[in-house]
Design a protein around this ligand. Structure first.
Ligand SMILES: Nc1ncnc2c1ncn2[C@@H]1O[C@H](COP(=O)(O)OP(=O)(O)OP(=O)(O)O)[C@@H](O)[C@H]1O
Ligand SMILES: [Mg+2]
Length: 594
């Protein structure tokens, strides 16, 4: 399933999203609550200062109460000290819980990702995957707790200050609070803009990452074809697009804060005028007004924080919408409820009327019928793009057949657990992928329980030893991302050894088309011979020697199985496709007698 560009219908469904993230918050809920409780006094200090101004003015400055004069400043310092400790605690707890929650979301997402089927990876670029599975959950889960903390302490600050205002004059406070509420209205108006900008940004960010990945993986092509400027231009275009998206949001969202300030200043003006009236008419003391106005001014900061938090929360909820959408994507290819474990292969493999299409309406394989007995080596040949690799990919269920069935010993492979099925198949791909790490680690990926003896054996059989000798750390040599520090033929032999270590009864071998020099070719061939000994083998053959060594040959042309038989049988078919193919591709490469 292709991840859509701007998705997540749930972005504004705050209750739903909070419910979903709550599952990840629950395990650390105790600490989250503690951090919120700690945030309360942190927010309260401003209120205490403002509150203290009334007795300070009325009792100390006007009535000259010297005891209070000494106590008030002392109290404020004490409270600030306490607040410092709490602030530290709060900081610690918020980070701890934020990272824990983020990590568990990421782990859960990675778990989803590694269980996706190949089709999912065909359809989605690496950059988009990286952004959606790594960046979004960061924004979503860490952001929600960070902002919850900011929201709490600003919220409590505001509540305390409003409390002080109410205490001094409820009438004035009413004016102030109503104006404040009006000042918040614009936030609701721009959330759609924020969503669309955030989605666009995610997509551009993903494309930028893909660009980086391709620049890395394709660095030699880039050098060979002088593509540096081409790649650079692509990057600059992407960066500019990102700039435009961000600026269009700033253009629309940037006036929010000034408007809020303007509305708030109207409130202050009203309060001042009305307050002066209340004091001169004797309804309010000077201290009260001082305390009130201070509260109102101090209210600016938490209100501004609340405003920012509200805007941030929009972004966070949009990222959350995108994140939790991923949890609802399931691989199409899953075990049936009553799937059985496969334990051995006794008789053979049968393709029954197998048709397959990657894209609906574009058949790649058409009605293939094929029987392969245990122990048989079947060579698959045919035109490039004809469907050979595809045919082989159906057996380990990288994809499921569109119609028809593949059966092993009579049971449909869709009735077998995917894991046990794949445990019985070793695959050597056309483009051998090695992981970063050592050669030994790469070999062990074939079978983690292999012993030192097993490794020694496959090293010998795959003819790895002849180049391992030259490596300073032998098997423990680091081979770089994708195994870049090895030669093509060496990579191939490591892949063969990895497949050997798996020692599965069925072997799928997609021969590399890239030509090796004669000597390497001969070594690789020997390695392959060792791999397929006593196994049931599907070999997509590009080398004449492989074809001749096979028990039988299947010719796939444009998705259809057109001929099967031994080399001699097929060569004797008048107007046979194989004969034609042989004469075009292989005859000239056959070693000439000297
Ligand atoms: N992941 C994919 N998504 C969509 N189409 C694909 C995918 N992989 C292959 N195809 C298409 O399916 C057809 C068969 O491809 P396949 O790789 O099976 O050919 P092949 O016979 O192995 O060719 P070659 O000898 O060049 O390796 C091609 O037309 C190809 O474009
Ligand atoms: Mg192929």
């Amino acid at each position: 399933m292709k991840l859509k560009d701007t998705t997540a219908a749930t972005s504004f469904n705050y209750a739903y999203l909070t419910g979903r993230i709550f599952k990840f918050i629950r395990p650390v809920l105790g600490r989250v609550i503690l951090s919120i409780i700690v945030a309360i006094p942190v927010g309260l200090l401003d209120g205490v200062v403002a509150y203290a101004l009334k007795p300070y003015m009325d009792e100390v400055l006007i009535n000259k109460n010297m005891l209070l004069a000494a106590l008030i400043p002392f109290g404020i310092v004490l409270f600030a000290g306490l607040q410092g400790v709490l602030r530290y605690l709060n900081e610690y707890l918020t980070n701890w819980t934020g990272q824990k929650v983020t990590n568990s979301v990421k782990i859960a997402l990675f778990d989803k990702l590694v269980h996706m089927d190949p089709k999912f990876f065909d359809e989605n670029s690496s950059g988009i995957i990286l952004t959606r599975y790594l960046t979004d959950p960061d924004t979503a889960s860490k952001g929600i707790l960070d902002n919850l903390k900011a929201f709490m302490s600003a919220g409590f600050g505001a509540v305390a200050l409003i409390g002080v205002m109410l205490y001094n004059s409820w009438k004035l406070a009413l004016v102030g609070v109503i104006v404040l509420m009006i000042a918040f209205l614009p936030v609701a108006l721009i959330r759609k803009r924020i969503k669309s900008a955030s989605n666009k940004n995610m997509k551009i960010g993903g494309n930028i990452t893909t660009n980086f990945n391709e620049t890395y993986a394709g660095n030699k092509i880039m050098a060979a074809y002088n593509l540096s400027e081409y790649q650079e231009k692509k990057f600059i275009d992407q960066i500019n697009a990102q700039f435009n998206v961000n600026m269009s949001l700033v253009k629309r969202a940037g006036w929010m804060s000034p408007i809020m300030y303007l509305i708030a200043s109207v409130g202050i003006a009203l309060v001042m005028a009305y307050g002066t009236h209340l004091v001169t008419s004797g309804a309010m003391t000077e201290g009260s007004l001082l305390s009130f106005v201070t509260s109102l001014l101090l209210l600016y900061k938490p209100v501004k924080t609340l405003g920012n938090t509200m805007t941030n929360l929009q972004t966070i909820f949009v990222a959350m919408g995108r994140t939790f959408e991923l949890f609802d994507i399931y691989p199409e290819l899953v075990d049936k409820k009553d799937a059985v474990e496969m334990t051995k292969v006794e008789h053979g493999i049968k393709f029954e009327n197998v048709s397959f299409e990657y894209i609906e309406g574009t058949p790649v394989l058409k009605n293939i019928n094929l029987d392969v007995a245990v122990g048989e080596t079947l060579a698959i040949v045919g035109n490039s793009g004809g469907g050979k690799t595809t045919l082989a990919n159906l057996l380990p269920r990288f994809y499921d057949v569109t119609s028809g069935a593949i059966k092993i010993d009579g049971s449909d492979i869709r009735d077998i657990t995917v894991e046990s099925l794949r445990n019985h198949i070793s695959v050597v791909f056309q483009d051998n992928f090695l992981f970063s790490g050592t050669i030994r680690e790469n070999l062990l990926m074939g079978n983690f329980s292999a012993s030192e003896e097993d490794i020694k054996r496959v090293v010998e059989m795959a003819h790895l030893d002849e180049f391992l000798h030259d490596l300073p750390d032998g098997l423990d040599t680091e081979i770089g991302e994708r195994g870049t520090t090895l030669s093509g033929g060496q990579r191939q032999r490591v892949a063969i050894a990895r497949a050997m270590l798996r020692n599965a009864p069925i072997v799928i071998l997609d021969e590399a088309t890239s030509a090796l020099d004669n000597k390497s070719e001969a070594v690789v061939q020997k390695a392959l011979d060792n791999l397929i000994k006593d196994k049931t083998v599907f070999v997509i053959a590009h080398r004449l020697s492989t074809i001749k060594n096979a028990d039988r040959i299947a010719v796939i042309n444009e998705g259809e199985l057109i001929e099967t038989g031994t080399h001699d049988e097929l060569m004797n078919m008048p107007n046979g496709k194989y004969k034609l193919l042989y004469e075009m591709q292989f005859a000239s490469s056959e070693p000439q007698p000297v």
